[in-house]
Design a protein around this ligand. Structure first.
Ligand SMILES: NC(=O)CC[C@H](N)C(=O)O
Length: 442
């Protein structure tokens, strides 16, 4: 909670360290110039530093000079230049440099670390609409993949301190270490309104003062997301590890063998499947359908992933080679690939769905789940063949949020049942997939 100077107890020229314990202290010269830093957190954060710096002992006569209150993180001028020509001045944290990417806004209140490590954000700048970010720092347990995939982070206010028992690092240090740019002190509400009005925009983040605005604007015009590369990116450099060893302790009886296609899979999909009793074999996006069928799985999962699902025909072919032969479950990108494999089409949405508060209605029973979402593309339900049924719709815009094709034993969701971050309402979908596999055995 921010606390203004008015609520801080007044102190006189003779106030001692014992009673103040405030920051950046100097021998008193002019009591009229005494000003207090603006927030309580600044005092706390700086007080130990101040004691060491001035080598003061308790009992010294001191005063607080707000001119000396420094922010504890690096600041520099940064710009976000959008393809519509608008220029947003900001301050930088994390890495410096110049980056180009697609700007999307995310309405999640928490979970920035899971968002940073969600491979589906590869190449995108994520703008968090929640204004206060960084207050819980980062920790080793909340990673959703092996690296930070997004292009950059855009926030209103960077927390001046961290407070969480699991915190091992500040957000700024974490991003700097991973060479990811962040900007703050920018009007995220105004940018969000622009994105809602005009749709997702390409932007350039830069801390390089030597580059003129027009130069950066030009970069936005020439940028195209290379989808095939993005999907491959996740597996490159990793061996094709066919056994998922994650979370071994709590694992699963291994009752159902699931082959999971990794188009940029989030770890929590694997955790949730494992907790429903599945033994999982993870295969890369290029793994042939015939090889998967040789493994005789009980079911196949097609994962989430970055980019345009219409730009990866090889993945659609793989899905075509599997559906109808074993039960399948598609999540987000997986759902979109299934839609195409059935003969349907996908299209780019105006600004997509990104957040942890999207209402999704299960049309089979009328239940409404609040779901986690992260997608820019959607399946056009009118393009689907007979036999395919829309099971879920997003209540914000009635877009297709889930499919089934009972004859082909397939189910798919546009939202993220694994959450991370987000509500757990849709978790039961994993149970539904297990039932589909069980029914297929009988
Ligand atoms: N999370 C995902 O799988 C995203 C799917 C796809 N890249 C989209 O943006 O729509």
């Amino acid at each position: 909670m921010a606390c203004t100077a008015a609520t801080v107890p007044k102190f006189s020229p003779t106030t001692t360290l014992e009673t103040t314990r405030y920051s950046f202290l100097k021998p008193l010269q002019n009591p009229d110039r005494v000003q207090l830093p603006r927030t309580i957190s600044q005092f706390r954060l700086l007080s130990t530093k101040a004691l060491n710096y001035h080598k003061l002992k308790a009992g010294s006569t001191v005063y607080v000079d707000s001119n000396e209150v420094k922010r504890p993180w690096k600041t520099s001028d940064a710009r976000l230049v959008l393809e519509d020509g608008s220029i947003w001045r900001a301050k930088s944290f994390g890495a410096t440099g110049t980056q180009v990417g697609e700007v999307v806004f995310n309405t999640s209140l928490t979970g920035y670390q899971e968002i940073l490590t969600d491979p589906s954000y590869a190449g995108q700048f994520v703008l968090m609409t929640n204004p206060h970010i960084g207050n819980t720092g980062v920790n080793p347990d909340d990673e959703e993949s092996c690296q930070c995939f997004l292009g950059g982070l855009i926030i209103r206010s960077l927390s001046i301190c961290t407070s969480n028992w699991r915190c091992s690092q500040t957000l700024g240090d974490y991003l700097a270490e991973r060479n990811i740019m962040g900007i703050y002190d920018v009007d995220t509400r105004a940018i969000t309104r622009r994105l809602k009005q005009d749709g997702s925009l390409i932007g350039v983040l830069s801390t390089d003062e030597s580059r003129i605005d027009d130069d950066l604007l030009e970069m936005t015009k020439n940028w195209k997301i290379v989808v095939v590369f993005l999907v491959m990116l996740h597996m490159s450099g990793q061996k094709t590890n066919l056994e998922w060893e994650f979370n071994r302790d709590q694992l699963s009886t291994g009752e159902h063998h699931v082959v999971a296609y990794d188009f940029g899979i989030k770890h929590n999909i694997l955790r949730r499947l494992a907790s429903y009793g599945c033994k999982i074999t993870v295969v890369p996006s290029t793994w042939p359908a015939s090889e998967t069928l040789k493994l005789k799985p009980d079911g196949v999962l097609f994962s989430n992933g970055p980019g345009d699902p219409a730009a990866v025909p090889y993945a659609v072919e793989t899905v075509e080679g599997i559906i109808g032969k074993v039960p399948v479950f598609g999540i987000c990108m997986g759902h979109q690939l299934i839609g195409q494999a059935l003969g349907g089409k996908t299209f780019k949405m105006k600004f997509g769905h990104h957040g942890g508060n999207h209402p999704v209605c299960d049309l089979r029973n009328g239940h409404v789940d609040i779901s986690a979402q992260n997608h820019n593309y959607a399946v056009d339900p009118t393009s689907l063949p007979e036999g395919a049924e829309v099971t879920h719709i997003n209540l914000n815009d009635n877009s297709c949020a889930g499919l089934t094709f009972p004859k082909l034993k397939l189910m798919s969701l546009q939202c993220h049942p694994e959450s991370s971050p987000g509500p757990h309402d849709s978790d039961l979908a994993f149970g539904e997939f297990v039932e589909l596999m069980k029914a297929n055995r009988v």
